[in-house]
Design a protein around this ligand. Sequence first.
Ligand SMILES: Cc1ncc(COP(=O)(O)O)c(C=O)c1O
Length: 401
Amino acid sequence: MTPHPRIPGHRFLHSPGPTRVPDEVMDAMRRQPMDLADPRLDRVIQACEAGLKALLQTTTADVFMYACNGHGAWEAVIANLLAPGQQVLIAGTGHFSESWAVQAEAMGAKVLRTPWREGYPIDVPAMEAALRADTAHAIVAVFVVHTDTASGMTSDLASIRQALDAAAHPALLVVDVVASLGAAPFAMDTLGANVVLGASQKGLMVPPGLAFVAADSAAMKVAAANPSPRFYWDWARRQSPLSYRKFCGTPPQSLLFGLEAALGLIFHEGLEHVIARHQMIAGAVHAAVEAWSEGGALSLFVREPAARSVSVTTVSVAAGIDPEALRSVAREQFQVAIAGGLGPLAGRTFRIGHLGDMNPAMILGCLAGVEAALRVQGIPIGSGGVQHAVAALAGEVTGKR
Ligand SMILES: Cc1ncc(COP(=O)(O)O)c(C=O)c1O
């Protein structure tokens, strides 16, 4: 085998998942597997469950962890809550709401969608209208993606809860926090979410392969009444003190060791600090992109500043610019891995991930690498992108915009 040539120094991973894994998490994963009856394994699992509940800010929901990715958690929710032919209302947020909708349809659910307007958050009045129109209360659940990782947009979940309450509709509120947990504020019980799902590889700073669902008693009741066959995903089957039953088989031990360590890092830093750090870093990215945009070729995809994600920034490119070529130059020449556009935004956008194990110097390195790649590609950009990011991090008001 030809060895990979060594690339000197640190490679900057700015995909919005998988994200960089902290050394402490890597170290925790570097342990031999344990015998399934080892009480230390039970303690790790309990620590992960307790840590996830604390992070989700729920004292009432049950947490189910799965050896799977985010699509698996989506499938768990669909399999437990929706029998074929039953209805779900999915709020349009872009590629990820649509992918979840397609998956629900593939499993036999009847999906109602609210329209998605590019660059804008969820159409809450359309959601409320759909709920009010459903006088028979056939809609079992409302599925919402908190941060749509393709659009780079975070929705106001409280307004969606209010729409459900205003319509006096009993549908369950199900929230995908895959891209927002550990980055944006989220509190399951205060919000009144019935089900929340997430995955390991983004704000949780753990390698891909572990996902979870938290379900409250209302959701457990709906699941108990759902006659459709299921086994691996079944919440009732996983309600067991035995780790083998909890995971419907052998637990993904290394990922659990990593998750325990990652949750420890988040709580050691302090959740409020973690959230403030994400806001600060996102502010630097937005400042740089706004400065670049003055060249006329780029723009922030999300139009409403309040809806811009603290996890990922989606940048639109003018017609004729190839974002994939830009990504290649950024990755191969400058060691900065950024993401491309997904679904309807493929070929029209690129994305900068800035969540998880991230600090100001890392984001400046990323932005400098992207700026260099933009120049190599001859893409017209306004001057001083990186300087504006520096100013934002330094807390200075540049007066430019
Ligand atoms: C918001 C959101 N939900 C779900 C998924 C699906 O997760 P996975 O790719 O782990 O299956 C992703 C993946 O990026 C995501 O960003």
